[in-house]
Design a protein around this ligand. Structure first.
Ligand SMILES: CC(C)(COP(=O)(O)OP(=O)(O)OC[C@H]1O[C@@H](n2cnc3c(N)ncnc32)[C@H](O)[C@@H]1OP(=O)(O)O)[C@@H](O)C(=O)NCCC(=O)NCCS
Length: 224
């Protein structure tokens, strides 16, 4: 990923940045639901306006996310995985993947969000690299895909920078199946990696945060 700055590779920080070597990565468990839901709701409020209704974003979104995450994390499930990035013990980002979700496209990256103040510092690419590695460890040897709001130009640029290819367009389903939570009928785009080597090369180890590299190498636990 040409745009990734080399200072990240050394775990250095720029003026406004964090030292990415302070990041830790682990799998989420039951007690993480509230923190993940809060970050998820905040991120939707900041980035999904125009597609999701103001009434939903300013009203029920946190309760909705709390319900979803409480259920997701209530029991461990080998068919899915939520990877957390933490900075000094605080949630900095997360990625949620459903393995073997689609016969054609493979594993589904269902959610991926980085805390607003920490964006553009390599956390998203580290989470994506760990997600890709988790998928490659599955016996089926799948690809990975995701859906992103068409209006979410920044996230699309991120996935393209990580080697993802555009692979289709569809209408967004409303959160919780409640049509009034959408404004009109927004579109979403599929991005896919048929071959995860492309993802892992784009987010190559020297350009990922030191914490993610240690997690991948097994020198630091990804779960507790
Ligand atoms: C999209 C998101 C997960 C990316 O995580 P991140 O930690 O900010 O991304 P990274 O720092 O790893 O970015 C890696 C590269 O992607 C590209 N990129 C990331 N954000 C970008 C942006 N806003 N505009 C253009 N390119 C961008 C760049 O090439 C970047 O490398 P560089 O910073 O060295 O130029 C994060 O910005 C986010 O949480 N956004 C809001 C929620 C969201 O839209 N989630 C996706 C839902 S599908």
């Amino acid at each position: 990923m040409s745009a990734l700055r080399n200072d990240r590779a050394r775990g250095a920080s720029d003026e406004a940045g964090v030292r990415l070597e302070r990041l830790q990565f682990r799998r989420a468990s039951r007690g993480d639901g509230e923190a993940v839901a809060a970050l998820h709701a905040d991120s939707w409020r900041r980035h999904y306006r125009g597609a999701y209704s103001d009434a939903f974003l300013d009203g029920d979104v946190l309760a909705d996310r709390l319900a979803v995450w409480s259920e997701r994390l209530a029991e461990s499930d080998r068919a899915r995985c939520t990877i957390l990035a933490e900075l000094d013990g605080h949630l900095a980002g997360f990625a949620h993947v459903l393995f073997e979700e689609d016969a054609t496209w493979g594993a589904l990256l269902d959610n991926m969000h980085v805390a607003s103040a920490l964006k553009r510092q390599g956390i998203g690419s580290s989470l994506l690299a760990l997600t890709g590695s988790a998928v490659t460890e599955r016996p089926r040897g799948d690809g990975l895909y995701l859906w992103v709001l068409e209006q979410n130009v920044a996230a699309r640029a991120f996935y393209e920078a990580c080697g993802g290819s555009f692979a289709g367009r569809a209408r967004v389903s409303p959160p919780g199946g409640i049509a009034g939570r959408l404004i009109g009928s927004p579109a979403k785009l599929r991005y896919a990696w048929r071959d995860l080597a492309v993802l892992l090369a784009a987010v190559e180890p020297t350009k990922r945060s030191a914490g993610a590299q240690r997690a991948r190498d097994g020198t630091e636990p990804t779960s507790r």
